[in-house]
Design a protein around this ligand. Sequence first.
Ligand code: BG6
Ligand code: MG
Length: 223
Amino acid sequence: MQIDACIFDLDGVIVDTADFHFIAWQKLARALGSDLSEEQNELLKGVSRRGSLERILKWAGKELTEEEIQHWMAVKNNWYLDMVSGMGPDDVLPGARSFVERLRTKGYKTAIGSSSKNTPGILKLVEMDDQFDAIVDGSMVKKGKPNPETFLLGAELMHVLPANTIVFEDALSGIKAAKAGGFVVIGVGDSPQLEGADLIIDSLKEIRIEEIRKQLDQLASKV
Ligand code: BG6
Ligand code: MG
């Protein structure tokens, strides 16, 4: 296959913030008299702030007014920001920084496709804000993951075709979004939810784009 670009999800692929989101959502669920299990949290990964709160409320059998929804979204985000505020360049996940750097040296385009409205701030904290040709965050799309809009906008901004672009994702919603957009998708991590990906890797540590292309070509020739 021809690969022109790579789009990276942020939380759980480039930075280890997935646990901070979980801790903050669980605290919120408990504050509302409910709870949030790790299994439920898997279904929140990649989902927008509002979408996540709506799911938690549904699981808890609760309804809130619009004002209360706005209040709790702000509270959750403040808890989250408190946890990430101490992050720095060392908090990039193993291999992520060097993989992105190598891609760019080799002439591939790179982008971030994240549901998080905190994306610009987090990329600044870890000093990776200058490593991408396009950065799409939760404030730039009408429909979040699993809708493909996030990744389609990333491809459009890079002037590349989805079929020639690899998306790296750690969440079910993101894998569905990438597939729906016609991208090649690589699942990152060990979640059972990654099954729909074209290929699954443990992390970005020591991976090579040439090796990935080889494996994707082998898979394509088996179809
Ligand atoms: C995604 C995370 O990247 O962004 C979700 O996986 C999070 O857990 C979502 O809810 C929205 O993030 P934020 O930072 O805008 O609240
Ligand atoms: Mg993620």
